[in-house]
Ligand binder design. Structure first.
Ligand code: ARG
Length: 378
């Protein structure tokens, strides 16, 4: 070869935005992973693959690392201390809706783990040029149905109303009960009709709520599921988008006790809890809402604990998050965080996460979990 060697591919101008993102990711992968190594050969390989096919395939290790990084980068998540422990299920080869649903149910079983909740992500096929990946229509793998009766009464979880309506249009017959798990709805391609699958009972662990001091609390008939598994976000790694990549952690009690069961546009339980507690609800100044809210949150933590299901209280999870920030700082990395999401919805000022600012959130930070691009009604 008489001519000068071509410039290393890593330095090639990234005219294709995918190429640029791919190179950034491969370099970060090699920089951070134990044993490091020279990224150049893999960079060249990826660029050649993009040139040839318009996309590229992550190795299993890249996928696992990318998914964990997406968690580490999630500015709204207080639970990031354990980002390295995320269990990554590589299911990119799954194509049929039946198989995809079965894998989601296995995800729930693996995450539930008899109550010792494990953080898990299942990654299905990415979007490729001319060949979009599958979509899960549900916001979470497990969520309760909800609807408004013709008389205007709310039944179930209003947050599940959209999916309830869609499922019924597709022939699902349920949705009448207060805590009824919605079917899993899957589109093989964004434009295709959704298929629905009833979530098998053995894949859903639920906890019935009781209170350590108030026996009447159990009569409220409240319950919640054990595994919060977000299924409507796109995982983006090195420019590749995985539109179906459900992931879960464990609950922090306030998500259930101070939002899902308390918000006026969710289960709206504070007036009933206050009434049972015998509180004076004639004036806001009695703080009956606040007092009812605390007891509801006590019940959530108590019940999960009694049932042997992992749950965190907001004091402990706040302290863990500050430990996470300190640990990242020692490694020379910032921890972007969104204060308004990190501070718990009760007793904010009692937790250490309230009393400080955070590294700014960069919307271009990758890998990331991105809100679903609206390609389909949900
Ligand atoms: N806040 C949502 C819910 O109550 C779940 C969000 C994710 N939460 C988590 N602990 N990983 O269902």
């Amino acid at each position: 070869m008489g001519s000068a060697p071509p410039p290393p591919a890593a330095e090639a101008p990234a005219t294709d935005p995918l190429a640029g993102q791919a190179v950034d990711f491969v370099r970060q992968f090699h920089r951070e992973r134990p044993g490091g190594g020279d990224p150049a050969p893999r960079v060249r390989q990826v660029l050649a693959e993009i040139e040839r096919t318009g996309t590229y395939e992550h190795t299993a290790e890249e996928l696992a690392f990318g998914a964990r990084l997406a968690w580490r980068n999630a500015a709204r998540c207080i639970g990031r201390l354990y980002w390295r422990s995320l269990v990554v299920r590589d299911r990119r080869g799954v194509d049929s809706p039946d198989e995809l649903a079965a894998e989601c149910f296995d995800h729930l079983r693996a995450a539930t783990n008899g109550g010792r909740i494990r953080p898990v992500i299942t990654v299905f096929a990415p979007d490729r040029p001319g060949r979009p990946g599958p979509r899960i229509v549900n916001q979470q793998l497990v969520r309760y149905a909800g609807h408004t009766t013709p008389e205007g009464a709310l039944v179930g979880d209003p947050a599940g109303a959209g999916l309830t309506a869609l499922a019924r249009e597709s022939g699902w017959k349920g949705g009448e009960e207060r805590f009824e798990v919605l079917p899993l709805m899957v589109r093989r391609r964004p434009e295709e009709e959704p298929h629905w699958f009833e979530v098998p009972e053995d894949a859903v662990l639920e906890v019935e709520l009781s209170h350590p001091e108030h026996a009447w609390f159990a009569e409220l008939g409240l319950r919640w599921y054990a595994v919060p598994a977000i299924s409507d976000m796109t995982l983006e790694i090195g420019g590749i988008r995985y539109p179906a990549a459900p992931f879960n952690g464990w609950y922090m009690g306030t998500e259930i006790g101070a939002r899902n069961l308390a918000d006026a546009d969710r289960y709206h339980q504070l007036p009933e809890v206050a009434r049972r507690l015998g509180l004076d609800t004639s004036s806001e100044r009695t703080l009956w809402r606040d007092r009812a809210l605390v007891e509801l949150n006590v019940a959530v933590l108590h019940s999960f604990q009694e049932a042997g299901v992992t749950i965190a209280d907001h004091h402990t999870e706040s302290e863990r998050f500050l430990r996470h920030i300190a640990q990242e700082e020692r490694l020379g990395r910032p921890t972007p965080a969104d204060w308004s999401w990190i501070v718990p919805p009760v007793s904010g000022g009692l937790t250490p996460v309230y009393h400080r600012y955070y590294d700014p959130v960069d919307p271009d930070l990758r890998p990331a979990f991105l809100p679903r691009v609206p390609d389909a009604p949900s």
